[in-house]
Design a protein around this ligand. Structure first.
Ligand SMILES: Cc1cc2nc3c(=O)[nH]c(=O)nc-3n(C[C@H](O)[C@H](O)[C@H](O)COP(=O)(O)OP(=O)(O)OC[C@H]3O[C@@H](n4cnc5c(N)ncnc54)[C@H](O)[C@@H]3O)c2cc1C
Ligand SMILES: NC(=O)c1ccc[n+]([C@@H]2O[C@H](COP(=O)([O-])OP(=O)(O)OC[C@H]3O[C@@H](n4cnc5c(N)ncnc54)[C@H](OP(=O)(O)O)[C@@H]3O)[C@@H](O)[C@H]2O)c1
Length: 254
């Protein structure tokens, strides 16, 4: 693989297969500076020598001692890049863009936030794990709710890391898994916007989604974001804008 403007060549240090479609790639060898919660572009050449690049969230927080970055990916069988990422093996090369982007970061959380709600679907949990794992910039909110909505219980990934984080946050972090396509003893059943609209999430935690106390971040499926935005707005929360503030910040994956 040859040098490429704006990208560096890294290698796959480790891969983890969570399900037949869902996997994590640990990439090493690239000193990209990023803030917890951001994303970078990954790229590979296809058989016709065309470069295919797509953004992927970094799951880990920045590390002082290593250039490691981990990504959580779902393979879209008809997609151009994600099946190629799924075919990568340990030791294989991959291009990683030199610059990271994204606003789902510590600096975006208003300092007065009492309750921080992090709503994710599927691989959209990635930036929130990064954000929560950054020991240098831990959100100081009284309560942090990590909502992860997936189709099946087997899609509830990184549970060992989440368990560790819950312990480290000493009661301030609540993990709320949701599954939509089967009943599960471990998770709530349904979809995020409906569960908010019916007050089920708020009642379960005895924590209102009130504009005076709350900041929310949303990541993943664009339809979930659209519907959740509308429900949150009906509760009096507003879209976050850098100049005027607000309560809802989101990142759509497609
Ligand atoms: C800021 C940002 C961060 C992202 N981070 C991640 C990440 O951490 N992990 C990840 O797996 N993807 C992530 N994505 C999506 C990723 O960039 C690609 O779009 C995805 O991997 C599909 O690429 P592809 O080339 O295989 O499919 P394409 O040939 O580009 O086909 C794209 C189609 O696949 C569907 N699609 C795209 N992404 C997803 C997804 N995650 N889940 C379900 N359907 C999808 C949509 O219908 C979309 O139109 C992110 C996207 C953005 C904009
Ligand atoms: N997860 C798998 O087992 C699987 C298997 C094969 C292929 N794929 C492909 O991988 C891609 C990503 O799948 P994914 O499971 O990671 O993500 P996803 O399809 O976005 O589903 C994640 C969660 O978001 C929910 N959701 C979907 N639309 C919503 C909306 N409008 N409002 C609120 N919640 C909504 C889903 O509920 P619902 O279940 O009700 O839709 C599910 O609980 C898809 O394109 C899929 O074709 C996934």
């Amino acid at each position: 693989m040859t040098a490429l403007n704006g990208f560096s060549l890294a290698y796959i240090e480790r891969r983890t297969d969570w399900t037949s479609e869902l996997f994590s790639l640990r990439v090493n060898g690239v000193p990209v500076r990023f803030q917890a919660g951001q994303y970078v572009k990954l790229a590979l050449y296809d058989e016709t020598n065309k470069l295919i690049s797509r953004p992927y969230s970094i799951v880990n927080a920045p590390l002082n001692s290593s250039d490691m970055m981990e990504f959580l990916v779902i393979a879209n069988p008809n997609g151009a890049l994600s099946p190629r990422l799924q075919n990568l093996r340990e030791g294989d090369s991959i291009y990683v863009a030199d610059k990271a982007f994204g606003d789902l970061t510590f600096n975006s959380i208003p300092k007065q936030t009492q309750n921080l709600w992090l709503f994710s679907t599927g691989t959209g949990i990635g930036p929130f794990l990064s954000l929560l794992d950054d020991i240098n910039f831990r959100p100081g909110c009284e309560k942090i709710v990590l909502v992860h909505a997936v189709r099946h219980e087997k899609d509830l990934v990184y549970r060992y890391l989440i368990d560790q984080l819950v312990k480290q946050y000493e009661g301030r972090l609540i993990y709320l898994p949701i599954v939509s396509r089967e009943q599960s003893d471990f998770a709530l059943y349904g979809r995020i916007p409906q569960l908010i609209d019916q007050g089920i999430l708020q009642d379960k935690l005895d924590l209102p989604l009130a504009a005076e106390t709350t900041f929310t971040m949303l990541c993943g499926n664009p339809e979930m974001i659209k519907e959740t935005l509308s429900v949150l707005q009906s509760l009096g929360l507003e879209k976050y804008r850098r100049k005027t503030g607000g309560h809802i910040l989101y990142e759509r994956y497609w």
